[in-house]
Design a protein around this ligand. Sequence first.
Ligand code: SAM
Length: 226
Amino acid sequence: MGNFERLNFSHPLFDDLDHQRMTEVCAAVRGYSDARHYGFFRTLFAQAEIERVLLLGVYFGRDIIFMLDAARRACRQISITGVDKFSDDACADWPSDRLGCSWEQAGFGTAPSLAAAQHTIATFGGGAEVRLIRQHDEAFLEGCTDRFDLIYLDTAHDAATVRRQLRQAAPLLAPGGVLAGDDYSDQGTWGVRSALSEVAPGHAVFAGWIWVAAREHLAAAARVIA
Ligand SMILES: C[S@@+](CC[C@H](N)C(=O)[O-])C[C@H]1O[C@@H](n2cnc3c(N)ncnc32)[C@H](O)[C@@H]1O
């Protein structure tokens, strides 16, 4: 049975301890992820056999810390490869009038940096199991020969990026592996929901915000959109 078939979202895990820890992490680490993400990782790691994780889009490391917590609670040993461009140029889903801006100019605060993410993750207990790579995700996916049990997409959320990532990431999944990501919406410049509906119509959605798809959902689509 693959990890997707093992998932049951009807009783998500998120207890008082999770709430306390999540609040602590969110107060100290810049990011957008919240109780939905924490609960998703807790539920996923409790149910699915996941050892090797690839995260595209590290930012300041909040999701990585959430994942490390979730793995610890599920008594799982995981390794996480986190890829981020860690640069001050625009992301593909920024509004068109801000594409030439720096992060500060665009109103998004200071740009994420590799050093800041490494420091924050170490402060929250991450060690050698976390490998951060400063690279554009497209180039990383193109050259990667590793295989992963979970690939979590969290860079730009425009439809073209998500379609491209699904195509590139599908062959990097280990047997039984799953793809997931957040911001399941087509609001503004985003197109996550429509890209998923088009490329992996069998996907599931957690808390209305985080999608999950199995390798099988993507195999045919990966060929179609290649
Ligand atoms: C929404 S944030 C990720 C949030 C993160 N998962 C967390 O835990 O807080 C998006 C991140 O994707 C990165 N990014 C955007 N486009 C990218 C690309 N093409 N390649 C690599 N990283 C990218 C940005 O630098 C930013 O740090």
